[in-house]
Design a protein around this ligand. Structure first.
Ligand code: NAP
Length: 253
């Protein structure tokens, strides 16, 4: 039987971490337009609630907002308890909240090293662990992690960030194996260079260099990544798990 037959008749309940802006916000928008009830998330209640109101105003979709630092396990557990209280289950989870910092080896302060791991790797782990019981109650449940081309393609200045994003791939593959028997699919997307606040610090030369490194000749728009995430969450990807989908315009080649 095609897996799309298992799609819920009622709206999917979908949490997108780090959806107050950037890629996460584009994913939330895409899911809202696809009929999901979207739970938006940011570090503060204000940023998450403002993004949720804007999305409902623009799309008419049902939205909700939760907040908390993903590096704080108690905050993540509170967030999931709140989703359980309000929605009882999760059908989709997009583990997107993340930060970036670049420095040559030996030049990155230990606080920055630790914060990168705390948010990108440990935060993603807390999110999956705390959401697992909600996902087990979900219908055709699916998880998508945001990794990066930097996880598999080395680049000067990206050693620590790349290591945090490689950790996410390790999480993806073992989680796919462990949660598969419960019907929960787990995949990752690995974007190249995406036009968000994360690239805001690039000067003209840095931007041009990244465009030159991309065979398709442009930086990604957040919507490019959102389309891939929406596919991996959908019934069309119902037999895909443990995979990493590059959405990079060919940067990895
Ligand atoms: N942009 C790129 O070129 C690129 C490429 C490859 C992969 N990625 C990955 O894609 C994901 C999204 O990136 P982006 O470019 O959209 O970033 P962004 O525009 O900087 O947005 C980051 C989002 O994550 C949230 N966030 C950051 N730290 C958090 C924390 N400790 N706890 C909770 N939420 C937190 C932010 O919330 P607030 O608004 O509250 O700060 C915001 O919603 C990240 O995992 C990133 O590593 C990005």
């Amino acid at each position: 039987m095609p897996s799309s037959a298992a799609e819920p008749v009622e709206a999917r309940v979908s949490l997108v971490t780090g959806s107050s802006r950037g890629i996460g916000n584009a994913v939330a928008r895409r899911l809202a337009l696809g009929g999901h009830t979207v739970v938006l998330h940011g570090r503060t209640y204000e940023s998450a609630a403002a993004a949720a109101s804007a999305l409902t105003r623009d799309t008419g979709a049902k939205t909700d907002a939760v907040h908390g630092d993903v590096a704080d396990p108690a905050a993540v557990a509170d967030m999931m308890r709140e989703i359980h209280r309000r929605h009882r289950r999760l059908d989709s989870l997009v583990v997107n909240a993340g930060i970036h910092a670049a420095a040559m080896i030996g030049m990155m302060g230990s606080e920055t090293v630790e914060r990168l791991f705390q948010v990108n790797a440990i935060g993603a782990t807390h999110t999956l662990q705390s959401a697992a019981s909600l996902l087990r109650r979900g219908v055709a449940p699916a998880v998508v992690f945001l990794s990066s081309v930097m996880a598999t393609r080395g680049s000067t200045g990206q050693a620590v960030y790349g290591a945090t994003k490689a950790a996410v791939l390790g999480l993806t593959r073992s989680a796919a194996k462990e949660l598969g028997p419960a019907g929960i699919r787990v995949n990752a997307v690995a974007p190249g260079f995406v036009e968000t606040d994360m690239l805001a610090s690039l000067d003209e030369d840095g931007r041009a260099e990244r465009v030159r490194a991309t065979p398709l000749g442009r930086l990604a728009e957040p919507g490019d990544i959102a389309a891939a995430v929406a596919f991996l969450l959908s019934g069309d990807a119902g037999f895909i798990t443990g995979q990493v989908l590059g959405v990079d315009g060919g940067v990895i080649l």
